[in-house]
Write a protein that binds this ligand. Sequence first.
Ligand code: FAD
Length: 392
Amino acid sequence: MTDPKLLLELGEDWQMLREPVRRICERFPGEYWRKLDETKEYPHAFVDALTEHEYLAALVPEEYGGAGLPLRAASVILETIHASGCNAAACHAQMYTMGTLLRHGSEAQKREYLPRIASGELRLQAFGVSEPTTGSDTTQLKTRAVRDGDSYVVDGQKIWTSRAAQSDLMLLLARTTPADQVAKRSEGLSTFLVDLRAARGRGLEIRPIDTMINHSTTAVFFDRLRIPAESLIGVEGQGFRYILDGMNAERILLGSEALGDARWFLRRAVDYANERVVFDAPIGRNQGIQFPLARAWAETEAADLMVRKAAALFDAGRPCGAEANTAKMLASEASWNAAETCFQTFGGFAFAREYDVERKWRETRLLRTAPISTNLILAYIGQHVLGLPRSY
Ligand SMILES: Cc1cc2nc3c(=O)[nH]c(=O)nc-3n(C[C@H](O)[C@H](O)[C@H](O)COP(=O)(O)OP(=O)(O)OC[C@H]3O[C@@H](n4cnc5c(N)ncnc54)[C@H](O)[C@@H]3O)c2cc1C
């Protein structure tokens, strides 16, 4: 029997979100992003506008002051932002990082934090998982949190903790039981909600990393940082499982951003290919220009279907690890191919900053590497979907 919750809506679903989000984005044209890119500044005005219209609270349930929308709605918001030439990376984590707290936090934690996250009073958009020495091998991370009376004492280092400087709270994954004392390497890791306002200067230091894109990413250092024991989310030692739950949402949402980027590149490239006349004809008449654009469109449409499928499964409460990973991989590849095609279509003008092509091209490249790189997705599919031997 068909599960009604799993029917996919095609075309421009959630029009009631697409139109108003587009209108907000119109207030933040390329010039706004170019200036920030030059000075490596955070897009405060853009984030404030999204907060004011409650888009960042889309996934917080109504009982905690949010809009209580499904993941598909959040997907549409992020895709629209990126298709409009804007970049949601400055704030997208405010949408989904709270999912770990929502699914695994105590009622007291949820009542304390979620309404204020929904209103924008508190920002929870820093996610401290990656570490410099262990990389994709997440379960081997070295940051330790040791229970000491009513506190945990945290020591270690995180890298690529984006938006830590613009966050009030951070979701931290740390080892609470040494790796050699657990049966499975995914055990003994715990998640904490760290109050960055209380921690900065008292054992926590945030240092910006200079990157090729304006991403507000940082290295975070913990030196005997004491956090209250109530910062623990759920059961000690089960944190890796809680983080994985949230990663499916993250992959679907970032896949949606990639789709938005792909649509932006395609629109720009097609307009240019129709307008630019060389050898007395629009360049788009040449198959060398036209066919890569047609292929980029086809890849984008195919990735869109996988993003919708993954979101439908997530919203129906079904397992969606394979689909969420595949959606992120296909969408990031579609956006990268669209970016490259757009870049080539623009000829030398792609290098001129005023067209925004080079900025978006740099920005969309990230999605093939973070939040998980393509190889690790292929390894997941190989092992968990196809049943091939584990390579690591
Ligand atoms: C701008 C930016 C923002 C980020 N934001 C955050 C954030 O907010 N929070 C956070 O926790 N992390 C964040 N990350 C980290 C990101 O998730 C990692 O960079 C990514 O998962 C890859 O890990 P790594 O850089 O350590 O690469 P490594 O693990 O060192 O891998 C390097 C390369 O080797 C490949 N590789 C590794 N092992 C295997 C294998 N077994 N088989 C095949 N190939 C393999 C990888 O696919 C990759 O291509 C961010 C990264 C960047 C660049």
